[in-house]
Design a protein around this ligand. Structure first.
Ligand SMILES: Cc1cc2nc3c(=O)[nH]c(=O)nc-3n(C[C@H](O)[C@H](O)[C@H](O)COP(=O)(O)O)c2cc1C
Ligand code: SF4
Length: 456
């Protein structure tokens, strides 16, 4: 198993992605075993899809659920499926994106280690719906346990007729291969991922044309995050899980946000780890799963969305963990990470470091990103040093708007968030550095511009 600690959640919360191994999850204890997984409802939805539904009906069910992708941007899944199915081609591909670019998050590899059949079933349903015979699961080469578990699961599912030739006697062939990849952060961007699968060096491609019409080897390709696929059987089963026996059959999560999602909680909490939560759960309840912030420390801020996430104030503990609410707050779901920050961290330093990371990871193809993020990182560094050049906040705001407007890929658009959320919510901390040569957390050693010249 991966090192990641899986956090217990309340009895009333649905558990779909990560089966529990404690008392509550006795039924799910061995979801890596095909017999146990089938007994718990695995492949029931695939059976329904291949025996009783047209491709159009599967896509319609997806559209009715409102399911949105878990890869960070929250794009409606049914629109991608429709576009891929309609694109004229002799061959289509389905790609399960489990690469997990954020080095601090383990969600997808833990999902594959603990519940590989949910991912495989969702991908197989997708293949049937879009008319693909090839599924590629792309993941980090370091995720050796996930790779071994997945390969074993594929072999047993093929032997049992759920994958391979003539799936469940339906006439559909579904061949799944595992593709371990080794790369940096940008390999997570889907067009780069596809080039990685092809064995090519990659930089993001302008979209459109979207990968749904021109993707792997130039063919229509459906790319989703591994969690997105794992949620799909629940859509066809009319509930949130493989076969939850949920009498109400109601989807989990907030309206327009079907299902559950994995959240990696870290930072100043008592018990960092990975939790499965219904979309729409208030961030405070998610932080509480990790034991909250032990006294005498208190929540100062929350970094939501990974390295290009937003730094939000404690008030955001009330914000529902859901696409629109996070965007409105100045963050995004991103890599599915929440870092809880207490008063010992300097947020100016944090935003500056994150922006530098984003600038370092930028592939360099687009000038506003290559140069713009570097300049933003320098502004962040000058905040830390207490040495702004003129009205640096105005420069930051203008430059960020330019960078966002000219992005070729989402990296550029998101990477302005750390500094922009800093000045939106924590302007006082920035001012302390640049006006009073003070770092409230005692991390930086700012020296206001007016005094810098007198330094020994
Ligand atoms: C810099 C960058 C890194 C990304 N990393 C990941 C990643 O690790 N995993 C992922 O699923 N999507 C990642 N994405 C988003 C993908 O490009 C794509 O939108 C997503 O995989 C689509 O899946 P979904 O429909 O399930 O959301 C990244 C995007 C960018 C710009
Ligand atoms: S926006 Fe940045 S990361 Fe994306 S392609 Fe352009 S330079 Fe590369």
């Amino acid at each position: 198993m991966s090192n990641s600690n899986v956090l217990a959640t309340p009895e009333t919360w649905p558990h779909v992605l990560l089966p529990e191994t404690g008392a509550r999850g006795a039924r799910d204890a061995a979801m890596t075993d095909l017999g146990a997984a089938v007994a718990a409802g695995a492949f029931k939805a695939l059976n329904a899809a291949v025996t009783g539904m047209t491709a159009g009906e599967i896509v319609a069910a997806l559209a009715a659920s409102g399911l949105r992708g878990r890869g960070g941007a929250g794009f409606p899944t049914s629109e991608k499926w429709r576009a891929c199915a309609l694109a004229s081609s002799d061959r289509r591909y389905v790609v399960v994106h489990a690469y997990q670019a954020d080095p601090a998050v383990f969600a997808d590899r833990v999902l594959l280690e603990r519940n590989p059949y949910a991912v495989l079933e969702g991908a197989a349903i997708a293949a049937v719906a879009v008319g693909a015979a090839d599924v590629i699961v792309a993941l980090h080469a370091d995720a050796t346990r996930a790779i071994a578990t997945l390969e074993a699961a594929i072999h047993s599912a093929e032997a049992a007729g759920y994958l391979g030739e003539d799936v469940l006697g339906s006439g559909h062939d579904i061949h799944v291969v595992v593709k371990p990849l080794q790369g940096a952060y940008m390999l997570g961007e889907e067009t780069v991922l596809l080039k990685g699968i092809e064995g090519r060096r990659g930089q993001p491609e302008q979209q459109p044309p979207y990968t749904t019409t021109k993707g792997l080897y130039g063919k229509p390709t459906l790319v989703h995050n591994a969690q997105t696929f794992a949620v799909i059987p629940g859509v066809l089963n009319g509930g949130e899980g493989p076969d939850t026996g949920d009498a109400a059959g109601e989807p989990a999560g907030a309206e327009g946000s079907f299902g559950t999602v994995l959240v990696q909680i870290s930072g100043a909490v008592a018990n960092p780890g990975l939790a499965e939560v219904p979309l729409g759960t208030p961030i405070g309840e998610i932080v509480a799963l990790a034991g909250g912030v032990p006294a005498p420390h208190t929540v100062k801020a929350l970094l939501v969305g990974g390295p290009s996430g937003g730094i939000l104030p404690p008030d955001a503990l009330k914000t529902p963990y859901q696409f629109e609410a996070l965007e409105a707050a100045g963050a995004h779901m991103g890599s599915g990470s929440i870092v809880v920050i207490d008063e010992r961290t300097c947020l100016v330093d944090l935003a500056s470091v994150l922006t530098r990371f984003c600038a370092d990871q930028a592939c360099g193809k687009t000038i506003p990103c290559r140069i713009g993020l570097r300049r933003l990182a320098e502004i962040g560094a000058r905040f830390c040093e207490g040495q702004p050049r003129g009205d640096e906040i105005a420069r930051l705001t203008d430059l960020s708007a330019d960078v966002v407007a000219s992005g070729l890929c989402d990296h550029e658009r998101r990477s302005t968030l750390p500094l922009m959320s800093l000045v939106r919510y924590f302007r006082g901390e920035v001012d302390a550095h640049i006006d009073r040569s003070t770092c409230p957390a005692g991390i930086c050693q700012p020296m206001a511009a007016s005094r810098a010249g007198t330094a020994s």
